[in-house]
Design a binder for this molecule. Sequence first.
Ligand SMILES: Nc1ncnc2c1ncn2[C@@H]1O[C@H](COP(=O)(O)OP(=O)(O)OP(=O)(O)O)[C@@H](O)[C@H]1O
Ligand SMILES: Nc1ncnc2c1ncn2[C@@H]1O[C@H](COP(=O)(O)OP(=O)(O)OP(=O)(O)O)[C@@H](O)[C@H]1O
Ligand SMILES: [Mg+2]
Ligand SMILES: [Mg+2]
Lengths: 253, 253
Amino acid sequence: MGQIIAVANQKGGVAKTTTAINLGACLAELGNKVLIVDNDPQGNASSGLGIQRDNLSQCLYNVIIEGEPLEEVILQTETPGLKVAPATIQLAGAEIELVSAISREHKLKRAIDSVRDNFDYIFIDCPPSLGLLTLNALTAADKALIPIQCEYYALEGLSLLMNTINLVQKHLNPALEILGVLLTMFDARTNLSIQVVDEVKAHFPGKVFRSIIPRNVRLSEAPSHGQAIISYDSKSRGAELYRELAKEVLELE
Amino acid sequence: MGQIIAVANQKGGVAKTTTAINLGACLAELGNKVLIVDNDPQGNASSGLGIQRDNLSQCLYNVIIEGEPLEEVILQTETPGLKVAPATIQLAGAEIELVSAISREHKLKRAIDSVRDNFDYIFIDCPPSLGLLTLNALTAADKALIPIQCEYYALEGLSLLMNTINLVQKHLNPALEILGVLLTMFDARTNLSIQVVDEVKAHFPGKVFRSIIPRNVRLSEAPSHGQAIISYDSKSRGAELYRELAKEVLELE
Ligand SMILES: Nc1ncnc2c1ncn2[C@@H]1O[C@H](COP(=O)(O)OP(=O)(O)OP(=O)(O)O)[C@@H](O)[C@H]1O
Ligand SMILES: Nc1ncnc2c1ncn2[C@@H]1O[C@H](COP(=O)(O)OP(=O)(O)OP(=O)(O)O)[C@@H](O)[C@H]1O
Ligand SMILES: [Mg+2]
Ligand SMILES: [Mg+2]
């Protein structure tokens, strides 16, 4: 039974997509079968993995709104052992269409449960909001992984996020736990980064991953080649730290 | 009659808030009366301007959902000539509550029109989504300012954003124009930044501001002191480029 992990934080640009792609790829490199579900209408996880979205006839939208089996939209990526359920611009319509749908928060869960046994890990990349797409992801997930940028504004949104997770645990998914909090874009040259690390560790005692992802330009270049960091530049600091993180996630099992 | 400018882009972390605060502050420094409307439940524009959000009894939520006059929630900031209509965590409920409200896209416009004559510029900081809060901002605005990060994923979301702007122009606000596209977090040391600049200029001929905001750690430190960059570090590259941008915006009038 695969573990379903929602990568969520409504603060924008904190490395949700970068983490879903690269942690997923590093776990695949270690022999796990991994699926990335692109639950963000921006479709960054799909294009970051080299999927040509304009050529797709179906995507996650068809699964969530029209009940198409998830199996039908899953594609293989360049990385062995790593598959993706892509998103296209069509998914942007899902938030509004879900509002009046029956059992609207459980659509993604039902879809993912049908393929769950085929994978060891399933990562759901979330959009930067706490709307119905993210609620669907938190309802489908066993665990939530929360990336936090080492910047001042990163601390602001945490209470909003934790409120939402508590609501989901109370009304939609009592089994949901926090897998961990991941510090990203750490810049050792700035005091700000160090201050944020200390504050986040104080805020989430025992839940912050030891691996801290440094700011590394190779991580931001990799998606323009449609590759995960381990294919684009396997010796980079970015690849090294996401491999460390993969080992930590395996230890937590 | 003040000019109303929505700062919007559904891609997260591209410097919407940083641009609203600092462009606003630089225009105030030149003698203009400026208002920042924090239309994002994260409330980053409010805290970045030193507002203690936990002490507030009213915010933009009360204006949009309960019809409170906008005038009632406007506060003075540390920067002379710069005021803010703050957001608190309550605003997070507005997206869902607006869905079934009458004339739901025009709530913010009606509120802002009531104070418009008291300001030269009114900036609306948007959340990283294309939901009802951003639709309200684009309906209330004369112009849209689009910050774009010099990163690969920045190009991805542009068609989604332009689709939304076209829909707003067709059905909600025919007068809406694009004020300009602002390139942010430019890092001259990386090829990626240079490639993105070229692609964006090709995509928006004649609409890209000459001023390109460099990546500058002082810009990310300023909000932790509740100050705009011109108060926190007036001689920094960040302050210099936002002042240049302010001059360009004045030229466009
Ligand atoms: N450690 C890193 N070092 C340098 N750049 C990074 C790093 N992690 C992510 N990036 C870059 O920062 C930007 C934001 O990251 P990403 O898009 O993964 O965040 P996100 O949280 O998924 O954003 P959104 O909220 O829009 O979904 C991207 O351009 C990405 O390539
Ligand atoms: N030119 C810059 N140089 C360095 N850091 C910057 C720059 N502009 C913004 N930042 C920092 O980058 C992060 C993202 O910026 P900001 O929060 O303004 O983006 P946003 O688009 O408003 O994000 P969101 O989508 O969550 O609303 C912040 O921590 C900010 O301090
Ligand atoms: Mg993303
Ligand atoms: Mg913002």
